[in-house]
Design a protein. Structure first.
Lengths: 588, 465
């Protein structure tokens, strides 16, 4: 490669540095700023002047200091060692940074994202003489007890294997030699990929399988599919982070990439400390063994925050390319948008709404477009899925915020968090009236087949009851409860039960934190069974007060705490409802 | 000796534009010497070729173009650190203000600090007893937490903060906190209130005060919380102390920031505050916390007055997005003469779950607060309904909730300014109030806990519990 000319700084304004003498540099190339070697990225070129966003604090930097182009775009390292890592926004390993420089992050630290020393046991899946193309699995490495890391031939490459090794290697050791049209290429386990470029796949498929999250209001009422997109907007303290953590814990994805983008340091510590202790309900292995963390907290440099979502999603795409179902949580995309706004302001670009750059909507759309259920690259047909769930933190919880609006235009699921519910400690504070999922119909087939034929109908009925409740409450507010008919009062009673006994789910309760689809179905069915029997009771003249005070209600309320392996208990409670209601009818 | 410039091109608000400079660095500390001989300090906000934009902490009053001398000091703004900080009063920039000597530093530290590596953090989970039921029982504070008080003008936030500062302790350790107090733009009386309170209780011995009063330079306030955290970090992480940082009033801090943004003609964000207000506040607030393998901790209680009592105003809003909960004071309760007027429903401590329960407070704590909370919420709804339809329209049960809400405010939320309630007492009081309800109504409490603590409407004696 020709050696690129070094430039000179002419201006420093916060995270933005302008340098001259940069002819030959390319947009989005990485540069090193000053003798401190701070990492930056070119975000505008004008003649020989480059505007650079710097991923580290720029204090102490001034005009006249050098800028060294690297000639390469901002990229991530992909290979064994990603899982259980914690990286900053530009994939620097935070654990190793602490070992190197202590508790506070200092500048100019440069450490590889993947260990160059660690040796991984590589088991080949291909033989000499075989034809392979980009995306094919060359072999695998048991990265953790629950993740087989497939070693992929990088996209775009094609040829015949002339050598394939077996044994223990570092990520940079060549493990395969491929004879391509351009000559013989040595392929190591590690790939390098530019974060702003989406990783290719063969084709997109429609999302037909739910991402089971163990969260009742989500799975039953507003489900997200594997490969789907969702957003969680809400004011501060309404539960965005708890929802994201819950999804990271309990989703039935193979790999989780959790991006803490401009949020609290303690929330990342929480994940770091808790995930190794929690068991994945399917594999019974610690959740950390399938998780990659990106932590660019609010006090870390703002430009690296901008990059963090791309770093995260590129890593996620890489696992998707292995044929896995991957879920990305980004908390919070508003902080990412604010980082864009800050840099754009310093570039003195024409501001759009609320000072955000005019390309805000386009960037958000492009980010979520990287989600999907796909056929992966490669000669055989593998399916992978990448689901993306973004938190949005609008000022004052106001949904007219440009970031919320731009996000709603692209995502298919909207979980609307309301502070009104959070104040009443109804958690998750997801509004059942305003939220929606456009996947409901797509997923119906699957749910009928895998859970129960009448699951979609029950969902529909429960939804109608909740909507009915909202209307009736309006009447009660105006004229009092006594004006309602007994059947309306029963609706209120059942809707209350749906809210408190089904929708309300305590993330910090050992049993309640996760509910399988089967159990969700059973709880809902139980509540609606009570409704049916209640209607019968009313018909037979049982006073509504007696139904409201029926003692089996306590058992219905505690049904959510029934352990997953004792689901037969539901039939017992249903029997109890029949019995108690029968008694009332006999008296009535 | 650094080069001296007399090349100010223009002065706008708190900003100087200096030309013909050389070797200037972003963020560098600047010495400004007025024609009168007075010395001030500033900081480089932007540098382009031979032009530098400087913000002057003490303001630009009296600065002229031809005579004023500028020096670039090749370092950031630093604070001298030593244990002698304790017991002293400083200006908002860290200059002695109590007539005492300058600090002989063990070392100097840049006031901006460096971000804590999230991997180095330890999760805050140690219960702090403040002796205030509305906090300990319902919005539990833990060591290393950042929990702001959202207040309004005229509400007793200072009294509450002083009470917390006085009473805060970690149970069983007997350890007390060192207090670092940062005042930004508050009145002389308010500052005096804290100083007197610290004096009277002896807390002054373990306190460091940084005070910028209302009539003092506004731009200095931008440095004050950073100076305070620099002292706090030293005490906590170099000296192993548990430090409580109280900062008041963050609203004045944000206004100073807005003044600079306006002078720079930046594109204003909401209500004229700069778009980077979130990031700026986070760079302060996130300095609180605990570190793995370090004994000390920094717990942070910023106080802010919400303009027009509006929680969606950018200052409380962005603060709430960074802190781990909020204590909100209510004007309605204040009018009802309830002290502390903590608005229980919208207040929240997000870290409470990790700080309570067996071995920390008591095994019934979580169930109990869930129940108190739910009952109070329903009581409040009943009160609202009663306003529209009259008490007669309430069901029998709702009438009990209605009564509960009143008693709860009068007996649980309300307490004396010098009353230090133990957590035991706070919890027992909760059970006592729940005695208004039949047992079947206490759905948020697990049966085992009810069996242990609730019997025929009275709290079981401690022996059986
Ligand atoms: N499912 C839940 N179960 C129990 N408590 C919950 C649940 N969801 C939220 N909470 C409570 O609400 C608090 C705030 O939630 P969270 O931190 O997720 O808010 P947030 O929307 O992310 O706020 P911010 O925008 O400030 O980050 C939690 O600390 C917890 O006390
Ligand atoms: Mg959050």
């Amino acid at each position: 490669m020709e050696k690129l000319k070094e430039g000179r700084i002419v201006k420093v304004s916060g995270p933005l540095v302008v340098a001259e003498g940069m002819a030959g540099a390319k947009m989005y190339d990485v540069v090193r700023v000053s003798e401190m070697n701070l990492i930056g990225e070119i975000i505008r070129l004008e003649r020989d002047m480059a505007s650079i966003q710097v991923y580290e604090e720029t204090g102490g930097i001034g005009p006249g200091e050098p800028v060294y182009p690297t000639g390469a775009p901002l990229s991530v390292e992909l290979g064994p060692g990603l899982i259980e890592s914690i990286y900053d926004g530009i994939q620097r390993p935070l654990n190793l940074i602490r070992d190197a420089v202590g508790d506070n992050i200092s500048r100019g630290v440069s450490l590889p994202a993947l260990s160059r020393e660690k040796r991984w046991k590589f088991t080949p899946l291909r033989k000499v003489g075989e034809l392979v193309k980009g995306g094919d699995h060359l072999g695998e490495v048991e990265e953790t007890s629950i993740l087989l890391h497939k070693i992929l031939l990088p996209p775009g490459m094609e040829g015949r294997i002339i050598e394939i090794k077996e044994g223990e290697f570092t990520v940079t050791d060549p493990i395969v030699r491929v004879e391509t049209k351009e000559g013989i290429v040595e392929v190591p386990m590690m790939q390098i990929w530019p974060v702003r470029k989406l990783r290719p796949y063969r084709e997109k498929l429609s999302p037909l399988i739910p991402l089971s999250t163990g969260q009742r209001v989500i799975d039953t009422f507003f489900p997200i599919s594997k490969g789907g997109t969702a957003c969680v907007p809400g004011p501060f303290g309404s539960g965005k982070t708890v929802v994201q953590h819950q999804l990271a814990k309990w989703s039935d994805a193979d790999v989780i990439v959790y991006i803490g983008c401009g949020e609290r340091g303690n929330e990342m510590t929480d994940v770091l400390m808790e995930f190794p202790q929690l068991k994945d309900p399917r594999s019974d292995e610690p959740l950390s063994k399938r998780t990659v963390l990106i932590a660019n907290t609010s006090n870390m440099p703002v430009a690296a925050r901008e990059a963090s979502v791309y770093t995260g999603i590129t890593i996620a795409e890489y696992f998707r390319d292995m044929g896995y179902s991957v879920a990305v949580m980004a908390d919070s995309t508003s902080r990412w948008a604010e980082a864009m706004r800050e840099i754009s302001g310093r570039l003195e670009e024409m501001p759009g709404e609320e000072g955000y750059p005019a390309y805000l909507g386009a960037r958000i759309a492009a980010f979520y477009e990287r989600a999907g259920r796909v056929t992966c690259l490669g000669s055989d047909t593998k399916e992978g899925a990448l689901s993306v769930i973004g938190a949005v933190s609008p000022p004052g919880g106001d949904l007219s915020d440009p970031v919320v609006q731009a996000t709603l235009r692209v995502v298919k699921v909207f979980w609307s968090l309301e502070d009104r519910l959070a104040y009443r400690r109804h958690f998750p504070a997801i509004s059942w009236l305003n939220s929606y999922s456009l996947y409901v119909e797509n997923l119906e087939e699957y749910l009928k087949k895998e859970v129960a034929e009448d699951f979609p109908d029950l969902r529909g009925e429960a939804m109608r009851l909740l909507e009915g409740e909202a209307e009736l409450e309006e009447i009660v507010r105006l004229v009092g409860i006594d004006s309602l008919s007994t059947s309306d009062r029963l609706i209120l009673e059942v809707a209350r039960s749906i809210r408190e006994d089904f929708l309300h789910q305590n993330a910090f309760h050992d049993e309640d934190t996760y509910t399988s689809l089967k159990k969700q179905y059973r709880i809902l069915k139980l509540i609606l069974h009570f409704y049916e029997r209640g209607k019968d009771g009313l018909k037979r003249g049982v006073p509504i007060q007696k139904i409201e005070e029926i003692s089996v209600k306590g058992q219905i309320a505690r049904a959510k705490y029934i352990p997953e392996d004792e689901l037969e208990k539901f039939a017992e409670i249903e029997g109890e409802i029949d019995k108690e209601m029968g008694n009332l009818m006999a008296k009535g | 000796m650094q080069k001296e410039y007399r090349t100010i091109a223009s002065i706008v608000g708190p900003l100087l534009f200096v030309e013909g400079v050389e070797g200037v660095k972003y963020g560098e500390l600047v010495g400004v010497e007025l024609p009168s001989g007075e010395k001030r300090r500033g900081q480089v906000l932007e540098v382009e070729r031979d032009k530098a934009l400087v913000q002057v902490f003490e303001g630009t009053t009296g600065i002229d173009i031809p005579e004023t001398k500028i020096r670039f000091l090749a370092k950031g703004l630093e604070l001298p650190l030593s244990m002698d900080l304790l017991g002293r009063v400083f200006s908002g920039l860290g200059e002695p203000k109590d007539g005492g000597p300058r600090i002989l530093p063990e070392r100097w530290a840049d006031i901006n600090g460096a971000p804590i590596n999230p991997y180095a953090r330890n999760y805050p989970n140690e219960f702090i007893q403040t002796g205030i039921s509305a906090i300990d029982g319902l919005n539990t504070l833990v060591r290393g937490q950042k929990l702001p008080i959202f207040s309004g003008s005229g509400l007793p936030h200072n009294r509450l903060a002083a009470q917390i500062g006085r009473q805060a302790e970690v149970l069983g350790t007997g350890e007390t906190f060192a207090v670092v107090f940062a005042a930004m733009g508050i009145t002389f009386e308010e500052a005096q209130f804290f100083i007197e309170d610290f004096r009277r209780t002896g807390a002054i011995e373990r306190a460091v005060l940084f005070i910028n009063l209302a009539h003092e330079p506004t731009i200095e306030r931008i440095a004050t919380p950073r100076v305070a955290f620099t002292a706090a970090e030293y005490l906590a992480f170099a000296k192993g102390m548990h430090v409580l940082v109280i900062a008041t009033d963050m609203t004045n801090y944000c206004e100073a920031l807005r003044e600079v943004a306006a002078a720079r003609r930046e594109i204003p964000g909401r209500r004229g505050y700069p778009g980077y207000l979130y990031t700026d506040l986070a760079s302060i607030y996130e300095r609180a916390g605990r570190l793995k393998g370090k004994k000390g901790s920094i717990t942070f209680i910023p106080i802010l007055t919400m303009p027009e009592d509006d929680k969606t105003h950018p200052i409380p809003d962005l603060t709430g997005y960074i802190t781990e909960g909020q204590i909100i004071l209510s004007r309605v309760l204040h009018r009802k003469k309830i002290y502390p007027p903590v608005d229980v429903l919208p207040s929240l401590s997000r870290l409470k779950d990790k700080g309570i329960g067996e071995g920390k407070t008591r095994d019934d704590h979580a169930d109990l607060f869930n129940q108190l909370f739910a009952a109070y919420a329903r009581g409040k709804e009943a009160q609202e309904l009663a306003v529209i339809l009259g008490e007669g329209a309430l069901s029998e049960m709702d009438r009990i909730y209605f009564r509960f809400a009143e008693v709860f405010e009068r007996r649980y939320v309300s307490q004396e300014e010098f009353e230090n309630r133990s957590i035991e007492k706070t919890l027992d009081l909760g059970w006592e109030l729940l005695a208004l309800f039949p047992r079947s109504e206490l759905k948020r409490v697990r049966e085992v806990i009810l069996d242990k603590y609730f019997e025929n409407g009275v709290r079981k004696s401690k022996e059986t519990a």
